[in-house]
Write a protein that binds this ligand. Structure first.
Ligand code: UGA
Length: 439
């Protein structure tokens, strides 16, 4: 099938590459000329596991192309996926200006019978508003719309696209339903559930899924705090709780709180929508508040580990991205924690395997090391903030030797407290008793 994807951010680019991998002929469009020129030259602007190979393979066979020209991308496309950004405004509203301008720009070129598919995460009602915008520009055109939310984790987006738990489609049009069935036929034929529902339902599935994940994390982090007070171990508690199949053991890792470009933004947007429609969500509001408060709590943990003050202390920070396997620092708990540490008088030397470029812009007061052990050298406290695999396999003897004081604050629970005690560390983690050197 001939398809178009508007927007080459991580959702649009992954969607375009994966649709090409499914055998479709895909044109990806972005108004950012620099980005398109880079993609045409074979450069991949984001760090996303498996994406480069997919773009190379499908670029070679001509199944994926890049353009800035709507007149080149839209005519002939049976479906046009809209995957533009919907950032948060200060008010908590989603900024829909990119959706509106994409709809206005694609309308003149849309074929009769084509389906415009909303892939961006948008507040309930936006897909119908987009339909109205297009119809206004082309009053005589018969076309369809559908909502098709994405459930792609950054860092695992290609894998999530190619192995979905479910495909959700919001449409009331039989023609759009038939188009979407053909697009996703390779998944449906292997048994992936494909759900059809009203447009509003599909839009809400996305927000409710992300909000539920956020609530799950905010809750598990509160239980971790309680574990620290009562002498329990959060790993025991989540293992016990997660074996209840109604709860599941996934997305139960306690840590410095949720971040990224999705959970914080989508919970805010859902709060806003629920207020506007007179059905306020106290549960989501509590999760958002708890998560924000957690960041200063993490900084206090470092102060305690350092003996009560950070004034003049040298702190080594490993990990700045909001989670491992991404170069993204948006809403990263690490950024707020580092700012708080500096505010409390600490000198921070940091290292992150992929996030240094963004970090230098956001955190100018940090001294950046070129590797893990350089960051640690001479530090009074080592703080681990992101669960990169290389931070979970440190040479503990070397770390012990490099640190001025043997104090480790592990906000991702990468190590076993007994092992850290045996290696000579004062080891502070999340929801587990503090371990002190056993020899
Ligand atoms: C999230 C959802 O997981 C995707 O399903 C969704 O499609 C995506 O948002 C989106 O809306 O586009 P993502 O933001 O990439 O994906 O990141 P997650 O892997 O969900 O992690 C979110 C945050 O929760 C991170 O800060 C991570 O460190 C934290 N987290 C996650 C934990 O603290 N513990 C866990 O067990 C899992």
């Amino acid at each position: 099938m001939q398809l178009a994807v508007i927007g080459t951010g991580y959702v649009g680019l992954v969607t375009g590459a994966c649709l090409a991998e499914l055998g479709h002929s895909v044109t990806c469009l972005d108004i950012d000329k620099g980005k398109i020129a880079a993609l045409q030259a074979g450069e991949v602007p984001i760090f996303e596991s498996g994406l480069e190979e997919l773009l190379e393979r499908n670029g070679d066979t001509g199944r994926i192309r890049f353009t800035t020209d709507y007149a080149a991308a839209i005519p002939g496309a049976e479906a046009v996926f809209v995957a533009v950004g919907t950032p948060s405004l200060a008010t908590g509203h989603a900024d829909l200006s990119q959706v509106t301008s994409a709809a206005a720009a694609l309308a003149p070129h849309l074929d009769r019978g084509a389906t415009v598919v909303m892939k961006s995460t948008v507040p309930v009602g936006t897909t119908r508003t987009m339909q109205a915008t297009i119809q206004e520009a082309r009053p005589d055109l018969a076309f369809e719309v559908a909502s098709n939310p994405e459930f792609l984790r950054q860092g695992a987006a290609v894998d999530d696209f190619m192995h979905p738990d479910r495909i959700v489609i919001g449409t009331i049009s039989e023609r759009a339903e038939a188009t979407m069935r053909r697009i996703y036929h390779p998944f449906v034929s292997t048994g992936v559930p494909m759900l059809f529902m009203r447009i509003e339902g599909a839009e809400l599935v996305k927000y409710a899924s992300n909000a539920f994940l956020a609530i799950k994390l905010a809750f598990v982090n509160e239980i971790a705090d309680l574990c620290e007070q009562v002498g329990a171990d959060i790993e025991d508690v989540t293992t016990g709780v997660g074996l209840d199949s109604r709860i599941s053991n996934r997305f139960l890792a306690a840590g410095p709180g949720f971040g990224g470009s999705c959970l914080p933004k989508d919970t805010q947007a859902l709060l806003h929508t629920s207020q506007v429609h007179g059905a306020p969500s106290r549960v989501v509001g509590a999760a958002v508040d708890a998560n924000l408060g957690r960041r200063s709590g993490m900084a206090r943990k470092v102060v305690t580990a350092a003996g009560g003050s950070l004034q003049g202390k040298q702190i080594a920070v490993l990990g700045l991205t909001f989670k491992a396997n991404t170069d993204d620092l948006r809403e990263s708990p690490a950024v707020d924690v580092v700012r708080a540490l500096i505010g409390l008088g600490a000198k921070v030397r940091a290292f992150d395997p992929q996030g240094m470029g963004q970090a230098r812009r956001i955190l100018p007061d940090v001294d950046y090391a070129s590797g893990t052990y350089e960051a640690i050298d001479g530090a009074d406290v080592l703080v681990i903030l992101t669960e990169w695999a290389e931070f979970a396999t440190l040479d503990l003897a070397r770390v012990r030797q490099a640190l001025a004081e043997p104090v480790v604050v592990d906000l991702r629970n990468l190590y076993d407290p007994a092992e850290m005690a045996a290696a000579g560390f004062h080891y502070h983690s999340i929801g587990r008793p503090v371990a002190t050197p056993s020899s």
